[in-house]
Design a binder for this molecule. Sequence first.
Ligand code: IYR
Length: 222
Amino acid sequence: MSEDGFIPLGWFELPESEMRARALKLFETMDKRRTTRHFSSRNVPRELIEQAIRCGSTAPSGAHLQPWTFVAVSNAELKAKMREAAEEEERKTYSERMPEAWQEVLEPLGTDAVKEHMTDAPWLVVLFRQSKRVRSNGEFGPTYYSTESCGIAAGMFIHAIHNMGLVTLTHTPSPMGFLREILGRPDHEHAMLVMPVGYPAEDAMVPDISRKSLEDISVFFE
Ligand code: IYR
């Protein structure tokens, strides 16, 4: 850090034509991303996962506290344990806890309590949200906007995975408290998302669904 704690932004202007070209290219790339539930067990080098986590960690965060921990698991025994615990919860969710209004919107996605992606994918990346931080005096203090911060970090991680040609899924076993226990995380860390990462299975299928149009999702006042 410089003497007064600030450094120049280091920004440079792009010509508008270049801005348009980049904007379109990025949209075209991102629009090809699909949440994938069918994974190949083919190995993915740890280095690629590390790089995606680095991208996730470029997210802005409340008071720059970076309130996230990415736990990356390739260990087969741990993945099996996580799958077993997730399926136990999900069986209850699907058979007892899920109201009809929820079932209705999940129906087109074809999900159920069987979570083979948790053992098929070479990596399971679990994003933990830190609700507290350790202050310099050793006491706990709160973090701020940690849900928003982690949501943005997850988006950037997902984009990095897609951009490198791999696939992922934002799996939310519910409740997911078992992940803290299995992965030995402290009480102030809360599992938010389980993201299996890997190559898609050769016969991977995705639901035939489409995205809302720009008109449906935005309002402009000029
Ligand atoms: N957690 C369950 C149910 C589920 C919920 C939503 I919202 C989804 O978009 C998909 C699934 C599961 O993972 O199957």
